[in-house]
Design a binder for this molecule. Structure first.
Ligand SMILES: Nc1ncnc2c1ncn2[C@@H]1O[C@H](COP(=O)(O)OP(=O)(O)O)[C@@H](O)[C@H]1O
Ligand SMILES: [Mg+2]
Length: 430
């Protein structure tokens, strides 16, 4: 396994290894496995560091892109497989295999199927090339008694990288925890006490969302000086599953983030914008209205600790009810490193929690009830600890995010904890 940072030359090395093997072993069968079908075709075979670029032209007799079959002049064949379809590896046998970006393989069974079929010849081998990610599959492979790991960093290959590419990668990641992974190729440990793990998030990841009923864009405004503004969109399907659709967070001036969030709202034809009203008071609302007066805006108030807000959402992930549509690297990094003791306030994660709370409470009474129970439990704890008096408690804004909607006429209601799973309406207003 070559475990290295971006641009180290992983793909090139994998292609060179395959090319070398094919040259030395006429008539052999080689498996090429990438995260998706497209990755195998566009990167591993046709890419600038791929097989066709690396092999002598005369060695290749035919590349059939639609079948995913590369035929060599010496009778060898390479077969393309995608880690989204492990079943296609059930049956075929190979002498040699190359797997690229293993950390991004959606279905870990792909690895098991690949190994089961790797049984031709005297010494079947597999070359894996990847930027590491803290996923079980990567850890398992590294622990395999017959795995040899070679490590490397982006810096090792600076001479061969386009300066813009190198600058972009170094600029984005240098000095951060993610940089240890993306530049240095270091396998990061899970953070103890974090509410999410990358493995957990990845397990339920999907490539595309189904038809959604309720879509929101949530904004967590920057608290002070250099903070980012969290802008995250999510939606809910008919079965009450939530889908995280976009993370457009970043450092922006007020008008900039307002335009970004509103752009996303229109792009996704969202039902509403959820904003946290904490610091600036009316500022967030009026900044948005200054750009577009016709928005549906819901203000929420962080009346309770972040942990109390985040835990029911983390529970919904554990129940496999939340799916990320694609990869949101920086957001997921915040989710997997924040712990209730961190003290800091990761803005992307906050926006995510607001978006999902809104989405889940509309469709999923149960998840919202958990949130509510959590709030009550914290009230009671404060009361018992003497941190707050009864009159003060009564003054606290509660259920600010819980606006009860009238059930939609004509909906075939299905009630769950007093809310309709389909239209989100409250039973008592029926
Ligand atoms: N040994 C090498 N000599 C010359 N160029 C190289 C070498 N290794 C990699 N490169 C080039 O560096 C760039 C990045 O390599 P690539 O294999 O795509 O990196 P990675 O897969 O690690 O992100 C490509 O343009 C590739 O052709
Ligand atoms: Mg690569």
């Amino acid at each position: 396994m070559i475990q290295a940072g971006r641009g180290f030359g992983k793909t090139r090395s994998g292609a060179e290894a395959v090319s070398h093997y094919l040259h030395e072993h006429p008539g052999s069968r080689v498996a090429l496995v990438g995260p998706t079908w497209r990755d195998v075709r566009d990167t591993m075979v046709e890419g600038e560091s791929g097989l066709l670029a690396v092999m002598p032209q005369a060695a290749v007799s035919k590349w059939n892109a639609s079948l995913g079959e590369l035929v060599l002049a010496n009778g060898s064949r390479c077969f393309a497989y995608a880690a989204t379809q492990p079943d296609r590896l059930r049956g075929p046998q190979h002498h040699f295999a190359w797997g690229d970006e293993v950390a991004a393989w959606e279905r870990p069974e792909t690895w098991d199927q690949l190994l089961l079929g790797l049984r031709l010849g005297k010494n079947p081998q597999v070359v894996l090339t990847t930027t590491p990610k803290p996923r079980k599959l990567v850890r398992d492979i590294i622990k395999h008694p017959r795995c040899t790991v070679t490590k490397g960093s982006t810096y090792d290959n600076l001479d061969n990288l386009p300066p813009e590419f190198a600058a972009a990668v170094l600029e984005a990641y240098r000095g951060s925890r993610l940089g240890r992974q993306e530049i240095e190729g270091e396998l990061l440990e899970d953070v103890e006490g974090a509410l999410w793990t990358l493995d957990g998030i990845s397990r339920d990841r999907v490539a595309a969302a189904p038809e959604l009923r309720h879509v929101v864009v949530a904004i967590d405004p920057a608290g002070g000086g250099s903070d980012e503004v969290g802008i995250v969109a999510a939606g809910r399907d008919a079965d009450g599953h939530a889908y995280v659709l976009a993370d457009r967070s970043g450092r922006f001036h007020p008008e900039q983030w307002a335009r970004r969030a509103i752009g996303l709202y229109h792009e996704l034809e969202a039902d509403r914008i959820v904003v946290e009203r904490n610091y600036g008071g009316d500022m967030v609302n009026s900044t948005l209205r200054a750009v577009d007066t016709r928005l549906q805006i819901v203000e929420v108030v962080a009346s309770r600790g972040k942990r109390v807000r985040a835990e029911p959402i983390a529970t919904a992930y554990e129940q496999h009810k939340v799916h990320h549509v694609g990869v949101f690297e920086q957001l997921e990094e915040q989710m997997c490193t924040w712990t209730p003791d961190s003290g800091d306030s990761p803005d992307r994660m906050d926006a995510l929690v607001w978006a999902l709370t809104d989405v889940m409470q509309k469709g999923q009474g149960a998840a919202f009830m958990e949130l509510w129970k959590g709030e009550l439990a914290e009230d009671q704890r404060k009361r018992e600890a003497g941190e707050i008096s009864a009159p003060e408690l009564a003054q606290l804004p509660r259920f600010q995010t819980f606006d009860r909607a009238k059930p939609r006429p004509g909906c075939q209601h299905r009630w769950l904890d007093g809310l309709c799973v389909h239209c989100g309406g409250a039973k008592e207003l029926n």
